[in-house]
Design a protein around this ligand. Structure first.
Ligand SMILES: Nc1ncnc2c1ncn2[C@@H]1O[C@H](COP(=O)(O)OP(=O)(O)OP(=O)(O)O)[C@@H](O)[C@H]1O
Ligand SMILES: [Mg+2]
Length: 222
C-alpha cells in the first residue's frame, strides 16, 4: 500500500523537511504520525498525496510511484485517497452538503448517490442539523468535521488526515477518532497526524510513527 525507501524532501528554499525516511504500511493499517510542530508530518502527508515529490529516494502509494514524471497517473491514484487538510480547504459560499458532494465529483456517483452519501457522512460526524448551512457560518470544529465528512464520503482506500482533531473538544475529538479508526474494519488504510497523544496512546492495533526534525525516531506497532 505504502512503501518508502530513503526518502528525503527538501523544499526549494533549501528547508530540509524529511531526511532519508523508510516506511512500510500495509492495507487496512491504522497509523498515527506524531511529532512536534515543524517535524515534517504535513510534509510526509504531501508526499503520500503526491502533491510534493521526493528530492531523493523512492516512494510508492497504492502501487503508484510518486515522482514528477508520473503526475498524470498520480492524479488517477488520488481518486482512491480521502484527504483531510490541516486548513480544511472548504469552498466558501457553499453549504456543508455542497462541500461534501464536491468531494464526490469524478468518482462515478450519480447526483442522487452523491447527495445520499454526503448526507450519510455529515450525519456520521454529527452535523445532520448543519447540512444546509453555508460553511462560513460554521464554528471551527464544525468546519473541520465537514472536511472529515468530505474525505470519508469518498470511501477511499487511503485516508490521509492532517490534525483532524486539532480544533475539537475532547468528546468530538474522540468521536472523530472513533469514526476514522472504524474505517479500518473496511480495510481502509487510515493515516492520522496528531498532537493529541493523550487520546491515542491507549489505541490497540495501530502503528505509531514519531517524527522529529524530519527523522523517524520510532515506529511502534501497538
Ligand atoms: N512549502 C514549504 N516551503 C519551505 N519550507 C516548508 C514548506 N512547507 C513546510 N516547510 C518547512 O518544513 C518543515 C516541516 O514542516 P511541516 O509542515 O511538515 O511540519 P509539521 O510537522 O506538519 O508541523 P505542524 O505540527 O506545525 O503542522 C518546517 O521547517 C517547515 O517550516
Ligand atoms: Mg502540519
Amino acid at each position: 500500500m505504502i512503501l518508502a525507501k530513503d526518502v528525503s524532501l527538501t523544499y526549494i528554499d533549501g528547508t530540509k523537511a524529511l531526511n532519508n525516511i523508510s516506511l512500510s504500511i500495509g492495507m487496512g493499517e491504522l497509523v498515527y504520525i506524531t511529532g512536534p510542530s515543524g517535524s515534517g508530518k504535513t510534509s510526509l502527508l504531501k508526499l503520500l498525496m503526491g502533491v510534493e515529490y521526493p528530492t531523493s529516494g523512492l516512494i510508492s502509494v497504492l502501487g503508484q510511484e510518486i515522482r514528477r514524471e508520473q503526475s498524470r497517473n498520480i492524479r488517477k491514484m488520488r481518486k482512491a485517497v480521502g484527504p483531510v487538510f490541516q486548513d480544511f480547504r472548504l469552498i466558501k459560499g457553499r453549504t456543508a452538503l455542497d462541500n461534501v458532494m464536491m468531494g464526490l465529483r469524478f468518482l462515478g456517483f450519480s447526483h442522487k448517490e452523491m447527495k445520499e452519501e454526503a448526507v450519510k457522512a455529515l450525519t456520521e460526524v454529527g452535523l445532520e442539523h448543519k447540512i444546509t448551512s453555508p460553511v462560513e457560518n460554521l464554528s471551527w470544529g464544525e468546519a473541520q468535521r465537514v472536511a472529515i465528512a468530505r474525505a470519508v464520503a469518498r470511501k477511499p482506500a487511503l485516508i490521509l488526515a492532517d490534525e483532524p482533531t486539532g480544533n475539537l473538544d475532547s468528546s468530538n475529538a474522540i468521536n472523530i477518532l472513533n469514526l476514522l479508526t472504524s474505517l479500518k474494519k473496511e480495510n481502509t488504510t487510515v493515516i492520522i497526524t496528531t498532537h493529541a497523544t493523550h487520546l491515542i496512546e491507549s489505541q490497540k492495533n495501530a502503528v505509531f510513527i514519531k517524527l522529529k526534525d524530519g527523522d523517524i525516531l520510532d515506529v511502534i506497532r501497538g
